[in-house]
Design a binder for this molecule. Structure first.
Ligand code: GLN
Length: 304
């Protein structure tokens, strides 16, 4: 029997001792105030046993991790029609890159880069009466935790400085792949990125991707084939131009955010979340990647 608790304790101890923790994102001013010494890890297995170490109960800005949840909500609503608006290929580019968008007529490469999540946000705005509230309630319902909320300070901060996202949205709009006004779409997108969650809450919401579309309370949110597709997209696109490196080092589908969080999962076995605010040069949490590499190497558990 694997002793997950003692493995997480060791990983957390090793992470806290590292001197090079990467650099905290500062292009969203409100994110730059975070203590780079934070480190948390939580693991939830299929049976519902939860293991935690470090700052795993402290909430942080999930940022791009929200893109998987936006994707899951829209996919469960409109099914495969989604793929007329956004692709499923890795971009091999940074999360906020624009050149492929121009070359490929405003159809973003995949839903996990900014451009793709902006298109997904546009669809949700068109389909939902109150997208901000309904998306939040969707996340709360899956997790079974009504305390999860947006961080308006972070959303406002990004609204003032998210120039590349405005550029991407206008480019997409110029190709006719955005139905709503750029301001309205980005207002929703920035707010969705500002969701605050802890590692413990993140493993609970990602449980549905690990457990065939069913949450901890056994309610179903996605068809099995949809779970397969979302996990495939996480594996190939979840870490931007470092997706290959993450598959190589860690070997699990997952998603990162510039708030320093990473969530990953082994289908039918466990999901795991880490938080360490310092990022590497690709915008992924430096110690989070190291921790997950340690976890899958030590336990021998990965999709490969
Ligand atoms: N809200 C951030 C942005 O749009 C999300 C980026 C990220 O976490 N990689 O730039």
């Amino acid at each position: 029997m694997l002793d997950f608790q003692s493995i997480l304790n060791t990983i957390s101890k090793v992470a806290k001792e590292q001197s090079d923790k990467g650099s905290v994102a500062n292009y969203i001013p409100e994110l730059s105030n975070i203590d780079p010494n934070k480190f948390g890890i939580a693991l939830l297995d299929k049976n519902g046993s939860l293991y935690q170490a470090g700052d795993s109960n402290e909430s942080f800005s999930v940022q791009s991790i929200t893109k998987v949840l936006l994707l899951s909500m829209v996919f469960s609503m409109i099914g495969d029609d989604l793929w007329n608006r956004v692709g499923v290929e890795p971009s091999g580019d940074p999360f906020n890159h624009l050149s492929l968008l121009e070359m490929e007529n405003g159809i973003p490469r995949n839903p996990l880069i900014n451009a793709g999540a902006i298109v997904v946000s546009d669809i949700l705005i068109s389909k939902l009466e109150n997208p901000k509230l309904e998306f939040l309630e969707y996340v709360q319902r899956i997790t079974g935790d009504k305390s999860i909320d947006y961080d308006l300070k972070v959303a406002t901060s990004e609204k003032k400085t998210g120039f590349r996202n405005y550029a991407a949205a206008y480019l997409i709009k110029s190709f006719g792949n955005l139905q709503n006004q750029v301001e309205d779409v980005l207002d929703f997108y920035f707010l969705s990125c500002s969701l605050r969650m802890s590692c413990e809450q993140l493993v609970k919401v990602f449980y549905i991707f690990m457990n065939r579309g069913n949450c901890l309370n056994n309610n179903n949110y996605l068809a099995l084939s949809q779970v397969k597709r979302i996990n495939a997209i996480m594996l190939t696109c979840g870490f931007y131009d470092e997706a290959g490196e993450f598959a190589f080092e860690v070997g699990l589908p997952g998603k990162s955010g510039v708030g320093g969080g990473i969530v990953a999962l082994l289908p039918n076995k466990f999901c795991v979340a880490t938080w360490s605010p310092g990022l590497n040069e690709k915008g992924n949490s430096k110690l989070g990647m190291l921790a997950l590499e340690q976890l899958t190497t030590e336990t021998g558990l990965s999709i490969f």
